[in-house]
Design a protein around this ligand. Sequence first.
Ligand code: ZN
Length: 204
Amino acid sequence: MKLICIGRNYTAHIEELQNERPEEPLLFIKPDSAILPREQDFYIPEFSDDVHYEAELLVRICKVGKHIDPRFAPTYYDAFSVGIDFTARDLQSRLKEKGLPWEKAKGFDGAAVIGEWVPKEQFAGREHLNFVLEKNGEQVQRGDTSLMLWKIDELIAYISTFFTLKKGDIIFTGTPEGVGRVAPNDYLVGYLEGKPLFSLNVKG
Ligand code: ZN
């Protein structure tokens, strides 16, 4: 399975990193080895001094599809969650400067946190799903699908023109503003519509 991630999908986050607003969705892939097993602590890798959390809404693909029409996209996913796209920001900045791929900064072991899945039927609509990340008991990020530049169904259509989507693939739909550094002993909790779906400790 693969993790397909979207960059720059919220205007305020594009501004905080002083990135250009993309003309089409920015895609990258994390390997499945990046998934942090449930209940495990996150260890800051030794090659970075500036690992950032990026809380994101996650979408789980439930059947194979290619060239999916946005109208039919909802039949290709069955659950939502919230997760973290951990990013070695210092390494990513160096790679970006040189125009090199980001994989080392985004795809390292443990860089993908995946919360518990909630069947999509449990939500009245997907137009206004809100998610929150708390760090040490304080809210640091808050996102809402209504603020996405590209909505879930458009993302699925776009992604599937390049990559065949398979059952079990997971889409990380991009992070809102408020990204920041993690430090040893931080405690992170992710919520979807007020329900906690993951929690983890950061270790140095
Ligand atoms: Zn991200």
